[in-house]
Design a protein around this ligand. Sequence first.
Ligand code: EPU
Length: 342
Amino acid sequence: MPSNAHSLLSYNTFGLKQEADEVVILQHREQLAELIRYRGPRLVVGGGSNLLFTATFKGQVVVNRLTGIEVTETNDAWRLKVEGGENWHRLVCYCLERGMPGLENLALIPGTAGAAPIQNIGAYGVELSRFCEQVESMDWHSGETRLWSADECAFGYRDSVFKHAARHHLILSITLRLPKVWRPVLGYGPLAALGEDATARRVFELVCATRRAKLPDPAELGNAGSFFKNPKVSQAQADALQLAWPELPLYPAEDGLVKLAAGWLIDQAGLKGTRVGGAAVHQQQALVLVNRGGATAEDVLRLAALVRERVSDRFGVMLEPEVRMIGPQGETHLDEALSWLN
Ligand code: EPU
């Protein structure tokens, strides 16, 4: 172990014992001038709740801890400028406590405000894109700051420009617009039961209870939320699958495609509880891979490969990771990370 290695244990909710050459905690914007002088591989992390460090990171990890929330009000909306290092769930609570509803379906999502636009966080029928008006970022190659409109962010399902052309940008702040006319979003299963009695507080409480029942708390059982994306298939493929498995949950997606529930596919492939070393498929939610204690990145990668293979064999559907894989130099993908193991 090189003497300057820094542990990443506190910066990944999977609880993997990986290291980086350097870790910088960004607490003040004044530090940015110094940061842009660094020329090696770089990774910015928020809560580390959607990452899998597959190896030692041979570069600088910047932990975004910029804080601050500025609220302005117009006749019809509240506008919040939130610094990138603010904890997401605390922001949801902050809004509710001050009578600014809207974010309640997104309660308890681990991570930070600055990470939220990268994968366009979403849960229970709501995605960040519904409220995100602007993103402020710094290009760490040029040092320039830039404002991105919602359109420019190119939000999609667990996707945005910050995973593609703007992946070398550090998100400084996000601006959310919460309309004063509140409309509950109750389309997702258990929330529908609230009906006419829905208040933002009730939605918040039910979302928290639902998440706590299904999704493991990273403080107790290491994990990074849904490990795979819900795959999109053609209508013809969805029809054929539904003929063979009538209970298969299907959701309409954009471009005439159909989204399948990856958790259902993994569950039906009989994989709940399957283990590789210290990694396992979660018993309550098959879409979540967990660290049962002492898991290595290799355990998680081999388990992910096994899950992907079994689902493909059974249903002919190829799962794609939702968790971002980080290699020694930066972002990688499952196949590349697996190839390094052999
Ligand atoms: N299902 C099973 N067995 C399982 C898991 C799920 O049969 O082990 C079935 C469920 O009964 C349900 C369907 O699959 O009919 C979907 O499951 P669930 O409602 O739990 O949601 P999901 O599709 O597995 C997605 C998001 C979650 C988000 C929930 C609620 C993705 C990749 N995941 O999960 O987001 O909280 O919907 O909106 O889109 C995350 O991104 O990390 C995350 C947790």
